[in-house]
Each structure stands twice: as structure tokens, then as C-alpha cells.
Design a protein around this ligand. Structure first.
Ligand code: COA
Length: 144
């Protein structure tokens, strides 16, 4: 099931991030996003009642900036990321969003491959965006 993220999900989201990414947006950041940012859009995907992934955006006029996207390691490669992202395309369309922008680590070839399947293209590279590593900015525009 895919549904809007709630405050009660923050602990599980952060735990998935820490395991899979070794870094997290953090409890406080997410709490503020969920409670005080009217332009934030965060969704979770559940399996048997457990949150196994989440995807978040910030909306700016007709653009959406992807804040984070992760599926719990043991659930990756089963189509859940595809389900969640495709669902969010629909939600973003209902907000009149025409462009999605995201940053991905240069070394994260798997995620880049994943995004290209959904017609994201590589816009430009940001030198040392992740401290020791370049970031690649990917964009999807037009009909989401
Ligand atoms: C990127 C991510 C969200 C995709 O979610 P997912 O549920 O694993 O994706 P799906 O099962 O829907 O797979 C779709 C595509 O992902 C890629 N993929 C999934 N598992 C893969 C694997 N084990 N090896 C290589 N590519 C893989 C493939 O392109 C796959 O397409 P295919 O089915 O045609 O081969 C997930 O892998 C993840 O959380 N990765 C770690 C966090 C991350 O990198 N987030 C993005 C930050 S910008």
C-alpha cells in the first residue's frame, strides 16, 4: 500500500535510510517537513503493514525537487520503487507539476539506470556535491 507519510513513520524511515544509505535527512528535518512545510510531499510504501520505502518531494511552482527516495535493502529489485515512483508521478501531475529534478551520486549507477527508465535525462554534473563525490542532476519534464 502507498500512502502519505505521517509523523509515526519517521522512526522507520530514518532506520531504512541509515541501513541503506548510511546517512539520513534526520528525524528533525523530516518532522519539520511533515508538520510545517506546505510544499512538502512525502509518501511511504508498506508491505504487510510495515513501511519499506519512502519518496519525498518539495514543490516549487511547476517543479518538484526530489528530496530522497529509498526502498529498504531487502525489498529492492522487486518492483516497489517503480510502483512508488509511478504513483508519485500521478500525485505530482495533480499538483500541475511539469518538471522533476533530482541529484544522485556519480557512483550510484544503479539509481541513474533506474531513473533513465522513467525518461529522466542527465542535465549536468555538480563537482564535489557530496563532499568527496560529484553529483549528477537528472531531470524529467513534460508529460510526467
Ligand atoms: C533506486 C531504488 C529506489 C529503486 O527501487 P527498487 O524497488 O529497487 O526498484 P525496482 O525493483 O522497481 O527496479 C526497477 C529498476 O531498478 C534497477 N534495479 C533494481 N534492482 C537492481 C539490482 N539488484 N541491480 C541493478 N539494477 C537494479 C533496474 O533498473 C530495475 O529495472 P529492471 O527491473 O528493468 O531490471 C532502490 O534501489 C534504492 O532504494 N536504492 C538505494 C537508495 C538510492 O540509491 N536512492 C536513490 C537516491 S537518488
Amino acid at each position: 500500500m502507498i500512502r502519505k507519510a505521517e509523523i509515526k513513520d519517521i522512526f522507520q524511515i530514518v532506520s531504512i535510510e541509515k541501513k541503506g544509505f548510511h546517512q539520513t535527512l534526520g528525524e528533525k528535518f523530516l518532522y519539520l517537513e511533515f508538520t510545517e512545510n506546505p510544499d512538502a510531499l512525502y509518501y511511504v510504501i508498506e508491505q504487510s503493514g510495515t513501511v519499506v520505502g519512502y519518496l519525498g518531494f518539495r514543490l516549487h511552482d511547476k517543479s518538484a525537487e526530489m528530496m530522497n527516495f529509498i526502498i529498504s535493502q531487502e525489498y529492492q529489485g522487486q518492483g516497489l520503487g517503480t510502483q512508488l515512483l509511478t504513483y508519485l508521478f500521478g500525485v505530482l501531475k495533480s499538483h500541475q507539476i511539469e518538471k522533476i529534478v533530482l541529484e544522485v551520486r556519480a557512483s550510484n549507477v544503479r539509481a541513474q539506470h533506474f531513473y533513465k527508465k522513467f525518461n529522466f535525462y542527465e542535465s549536468h554534473r555538480m563537482k564535489q556535491y557530496y563532499g568527496n563525490e560529484d553529483g549528477i542532476v537528472m531531470v524529467k519534464e513534460g508529460d510526467l
